[in-house]
Design a protein around this ligand. Structure first.
Ligand code: ADP
Length: 625
């Protein structure tokens, strides 16, 4: 039952714990998502800031670089050597002079190439006249820098060189003779080294044309990639201007996304960029360069920002989880403590209840004990009274026994005395003196006997004193025999007495010693009463310092189960009216008074044997009185 309740409580606790755990996980997830979004925003903003910085630097550098060359073609177009060849383009001397001039100027300016085209667009002189891929003889009328220069007085264009196959930025300026345009001077700037200066650790810089074609890129993989699909119109234009000559354009397949903060993200992870490194997510910072018709874009890798955001949000979630755990532990501890206190209080109440109950029980038991003690006292008092009554009765019985014995003992001699006296009177009347004398002598003997009985009575009449003295065992035995004799004879018992010669006196009271022997002999007489063989043996001998008086009989003996109780007062097997059960207990007390001992032993005649050991009076320095 209790175990069931405990299990239910445990289950409930577990489900509560799981509920809290689930809630905690949901809260953590929510917080994680929120923090991650915020951190991503912050770190992307940071990345955007960096990209803007990079963008500004790159834009300034690129613009500065191009501006350096922008004003040079109009200047070169006014030079005499150019005007000379413009006026007479077929004059080899002028052409040579112009070629050399252009080569020198190119070297000084650090441009890629400078060349002069006549009004038809045919190149007449060029700085690379002596190189294998010389522009001389090439017609570039199709290039906008030529047509724009003719039409508007200046032109610029970026393209992949059709002859050199190198990307360049072209500036064109007309060569005039008054209002007449004789031709165009073009200057090509190499843009390769511009790109090289842009390489950065976690960003790329690209330059795209209005159609979205990447013209310049710090990462070569992006070159000539299409950041958005090309329209057919755009395609036509490209073909007309031959801007990218034979270069193969490819669609990068950029996936563009705009964040809520307005950041433009490009995901190139699934793009066709040939460089693995380049395929990732970028944050864009762009600025238009209207003069060049370019858009310069810094592609800032979002990886570090996202990694930072993830780390930060993971840290926040961990910290929150830790705080949550600490709170959970504290709450659990408190709950456990509270439970413990409740349990302790319950245990205390239970204990107090048990103590009260126990105290109550003890009080009841105490009361019962008190009642029992009172009852016992009453019983004891009653018992003592009954014991006193019985002792009194025993005394009376002993008196009666003695009176009977006395009556018997005195009656016989008295009867004989009377007979002899009558005989003596009769004999005297007939004067038979001799016979009269004999009768008188017998009368005397009878009187002596009565006197002896009277002496015994006298002895009995003496109160047993507390003083011990040297008592003659033989005298005691004889006296006892006198008293117990009638009983022995009554049952037909044969008494044999065996006394060791020169037996020492014992330390005792004479009357009480007789009483001891009378009791033992009477019991022996009772024991043999119903036996076929009725023998009683009284033995007295000396054993070291003690005198042993042994009374044995041929009776039935004492059964072992009652042996331990026979010395108890009022223990008797003789039935109502026959035994008081006091004989042996009185005997025991008397022997104890004599500082001796009495014990039941196996009798040699088949019945019981009582062995009384008394101290020898000689050793005690007592004299017979
Ligand atoms: P009582 O003789 O009045 O019964 P006692 O104290 O003298 O009381 O004896 C107690 C009991 O001891 C007797 O009832 C008897 O059973 C037993 N007893 C005593 N002496 C003998 C004996 N010689 N033989 C057998 N039993 C004896």
């Amino acid at each position: 039952m209790v175990q069931g309740i405990t299990q239910v409580a445990q289950l409930r606790q577990r489900s509560v714990f799981l509920g809290w755990l689930g809630l905690g996980v949901i809260v953590l997830l929510g917080v994680g998502i929120f923090v991650h979004a915020q951190a991503t925003r912050v770190f992307l903003n940071e990345a955007a800031g960096r990209a803007e910085g990079t963008l500004q630097l790159a834009t300034t550098a690129l613009e500065g670089y191009l501006e350096r060359f922008e004003r040079l073609p109009p200047l070169i177009a006014t030079q005499q050597r150019i005007l000379d060849v413009a006026v007479a383009p077929d004059d080899p001397a002028r052409v040579d002079a112009a070629n050399l001039f252009l080569r020198d100027v190119t070297n000084v300016l650090g441009a890629s190439d400078i060349y002069f085209m006549d009004a038809t667009g045919l190149t007449r002189a060029a700085s690379n006249f002596d190189l294998p891929r010389s522009f001389v003889g090439g017609n570039f009328a199709f290039r906008p820098y030529f047509s724009d220069a003719v039409a508007f007085g200046s032109g610029s264009f970026y393209a992949l060189g059709t002859t050199s196959l190198k990307r360049g930025y072209y500036f064109g300026a007309p060569v005039r003779d008054g209002d007449r345009i004789l031709g165009v001077v073009a200057l090509k700037v190499d843009v390769d080294n511009v790109e090289a200066a842009w390489s950065g650790a976690d960003y790329h810089v690209i330059v795209t044309d209005p159609k979205g074609v990447v013209f310049l890129s710090s990462n070569p993989a992006w070159r000539f990639g299409l950041t958005r699909p090309l329209t057919s119109e755009g395609q036509d234009l490209l073909e007309t201007t031959r801007r990218y000559a034979e270069a193969l354009l490819f669609d990068i397949q950029v996936r563009e996304q705009i964040t809520p903060n307005g950041h433009v993200l490009w995901d190139t992870s699934l793009s066709r960029l040939p460089d693995d490194e380049a395929r990732r997510e970028y944050l864009l910072a762009s600025s238009a360069m209207p003069e060049a018709d370019w858009t310069l874009t810094v592609l800032q890798s979002t990886g570090p920002a996202r990694a930072q955001a993830l780390t930060f949000s993971a840290g926040a979630v961990l910290a929150l989880a830790l705080i949550g755990m600490v709170i959970a532990v504290v709450v659990q501890r408190r709950a456990r403590l509270r439970d413990l206190l409740v349990m302790q209080a319950a245990a205390q109440v239970q204990l107090e209840a048990r103590v009260a109950e126990r105290t109550h029980e003890l009080a009841d038991v105490n009361k019962a004990l008190g009642a029992e003690v009172a009852e016992r006292r009453l019983v004891e008092a009653n018992l003592r009274r009954a014991q006193d009554d019985l002792v009194q009765a025993a005394k009376l019985a002993a008196l009666g026994q003695m009176s009977a014995a006395l009556g018997h003992e005195v009656n016989q001699p008295l009867g004989a005395l009377r007979n002899y006296a009558e005989n003596a009177v009769a004999l005297l009347s007939i004067d038979r003196k001799a016979e009269t004398q004999t009768a008188l002598e017998r009368i005397l003997a009878m009187a002596d006997r009565i006197g002896a009985i009277a002496r015994r009575l006298h002895t009995f009449g003496r109160r047993p004193g507390q003083e011990l003295e040297a008592v003659d065992v033989i005298e005691a035995i004889e006296a006892a025999h006198e008293i117990a004799g009638p009983r022995l004879r009554q049952v037909g018992a044969e008494l044999s007495v065996d006394i060791m010669p020169d037996l020492s006196m014992v330390r005792a009271g004479p009357v009480r010693l007789q009483q001891v022997l009378v009791n033992l002999l009477t019991n022996a007489a009772d024991a043999v009463a119903d036996s076929a063989e009725r023998r009683v043996l009284l033995t007295a001998f000396e054993d070291a310092d003690t005198i042993v008086l042994l009374v044995e009989d041929s009776g039935t003996g004492v059964p072992p189960d009652i042996a331990p109780r026979i010395f108890d007062p009022f223990f008797s097997t003789k039935g109502v009216g026959n035994g008081l059960g006091l004989g042996l207990s009185i005997t025991y007390n008397i022997v104890k008074d004599f500082e001796g001992s009495i014990a039941l032993v196996a009798g040699r005649l088949g019945g019981a044997g009582f062995e009384v050991r008394l101290l020898s009076a000689n050793k005690q320095g007592l004299d017979a009185k």
